[in-house]
Each structure stands twice: as C-alpha cells, then as structure tokens.
Design a protein around this ligand. Structure first.
Ligand SMILES: NC(=O)c1ccc[n+]([C@@H]2O[C@H](COP(=O)([O-])OP(=O)(O)OC[C@H]3O[C@@H](n4cnc5c(N)ncnc54)[C@H](OP(=O)(O)O)[C@@H]3O)[C@@H](O)[C@H]2O)c1
Length: 259
C-alpha cells in the first residue's frame, strides 16, 4: 500500500481541477487524475508538472456520467495505490449553447444532470464505501470528500436552469453525505466557486468583465483556479477537521446580499 496519501480529482485536466491537482501534489498527495480521456494533450502535460512536485500521477479516463464504469475506475486506482484519502468531485459542464429556459431541450438537461449531479453522487458513494473499509487498514487515516458546486446553487440564471438545478441539488447531496459519513470519520465539504477564469467561462468573458466592472463581485476581480485550489489544499491538510458539512464560498463576496 502507498505510504503517501492519495487524492482523486475529477475533471483534473484543465481549469480548477488542474490547479487542485497541483496544489494537492504540493501538499504531499499522490494523484489519480480523472478526465474523459487519459491521454489528451492536457493530461499528458499535467503528468510531468505533477511529478516535478514529487507526486506520483495516475491518469484515469472516465466520463463521470457513466456510473456503470465507476467500479472499474476505482478498482484500477486501488490496484495502483491501495488507498484513497481524498476525493474531489470537480468535473462539471455547462451546455455549449446557453438557451433560455423556454427553449431548453431534454437531452441537454439530462446530460448536465448526469455529469454534474448523478456522476459525483454515485462516485462519492463508491469511494465512501472504500474509505469506510480502509479506516481499519490505514494508519493515521483522515479521509475527506469534497464537492465543487457553484454560486449557481443559489443564483438564478435563466439561460442555465440545468446547471442551477444540478448545483443546487449537489449542494444538498453534500449536506446529506456529510450528515451520514461524519459518524464514519469522513469529513465532507462543499466548495462553491464564483466566477473563475477557465475555459468554461471564456465564452461569456466580455459579459462577465462588464458585470464585474459594474460591481457584481465585491472583491472586483475574476477568481482564479488557484483561489479554489488553495481552499481545497487547506481542507485536505486537515485545517478544518471540526467543520464537517461546511460550505466554503470562493467567490470574492458574491454571496453578500446588499441594499
Ligand atoms: N469556471 C467557473 O466560473 C466556475 C464557477 C462555479 C463552479 N464551477 C465548477 O467548477 C468545476 C470545474 O470547472 P472549470 O471552470 O474548471 O471547467 P473546465 O475548464 O471546463 O474544466 C472541466 C474539467 O472537467 C472535465 N470533464 C468534463 N466533463 C467530464 C466528464 N463527463 N467526466 C469527467 N471529466 C469531465 C474536463 O476534462 P475533459 O474535457 O478532458 O474530460 C476538464 O478537466 C465544475 O464543476 C464547474 O461547474 C466553475
């Protein structure tokens, strides 16, 4: 069994997941990095970057929506490392075409819910079962599960009802997992990013630049993937062990209601 702790990060190839991968590698974790393909250019370049930080890197190709493939993916990670200490459920999508709710189509709705909600929920269930079993096998074991949700869990977006619903529901899933798993020594946390500069937000960059200039974000700047990764690293480090079920808002204050 690996002597170092192991973190699984979904959606590791780009954006927030990539920054989380590098932050956890810096914290002394070996990495199982999940994206839809394990040998994309992004994954191939992430491997040496991670290894430079002294961590092992294991790329896993998995579409998280395909829950029937979760067992195989987790088994392969356990075959490689023998343990899982942290799961960061980060993979998520926004539809390519953002349609008004009156034009929303069922196929896109189902796909967004499958990737953003069903996938992370059943991956967490699978990993939680393994973590409960591992408690007896791993010395000084401090497992945690993190869900990356969004400010859209509490903000209406009429051209993204599917994402809003998926993130609001994932936020509740995080609460229920925290409620159930705390008794088994697994800390569950929700991390809610605001507007983060990644490929996902490139398409709406000018709109959000304008909204930020007009005061949408009290801290008056885009968030960076590293802003989110620092929070994840702090949770993984064990700085928040008495805060199971807490929601960590990384949004420059978008959560502040003001008149
Ligand atoms: N950017 C923001 O402003 C923002 C704000 C709030 C919340 N978030 C949330 O933060 C998370 C990361 O967002 P991001 O901005 O970093 O997005 P991104 O730049 O589009 O990256 C998404 C990552 O997820 C992977 N991915 C997509 N679909 C997948 C699937 N079905 N199975 C496995 N992996 C999949 C992608 O890799 P492949 O394409 O190689 O599979 C990629 O690594 C998402 O859950 C998002 O909802 C983002």
């Amino acid at each position: 069994m690996n002597s170092r702790p192991v973190a699984i990060i979904t959606g590791a190839s780009r954006g927030i997941g990539r920054a989380i991968t590098l932050a956890l590698a810096s914290e002394g974790y070996d990495i199982a990095a999940i994206a839809r393909t394990s040998d994309s250019e992004c994954m191939l370049s992430l491997q040496p970057e991670t290894e430079k930080l002294g961590a092992e890197f294991y790329p896993v190709g998995l579409d998280v929506a395909h829950t029937n493939l979760h067992d195989e993916a987790i088994t392969s990670i356990l075959d490689r490392y023998g343990r899982i200490d942290v799961l960061v459920n980060n993979a998520g999508i926004a539809p390519i075409e953002r349609k008004d709710i009156l034009d929303m189509d069922e196929e896109t709705f189902d796909r967004v819910l499958a990737v953003n909600l069903r996938g992370p929920v059943f991956l967490a269930r699978k990993v939680a079962r393994e973590m409960i079993w591992m408690k007896e096998q791993v010395k000084d074991y401090r497992p945690s599960i993190m869900f990356i949700t969004s400010f859209l869990a509490y903000t209406s977006f009429t051209h993204g009802m599917d994402v809003c619903i998926s993130k609001a529901a994932l936020s509740m899933a995080s609460q229920v997992f925290a409620d159930r798993l705390t008794e088994d020594g697994i800390c569950v946390y929700e991390i809610r990013p605001g507007l983060i500069k990644t490929e996902m937000t490139t398409r709406s960059k000018y709109k959000f630049d304008r909204l930020i200039a007009e005061g949408l974000i009290p801290q008056k700047r885009w968030g960076t993937p590293e802003d989110v990764a620092r929070a994840v690293a702090s949770l993984a480090r064990g700085d928040w062990q008495y805060s199971a079920g807490t929601v960590f808002e990384i949004s420059g204050g978008m959560n502040i209601q003001s008149i």
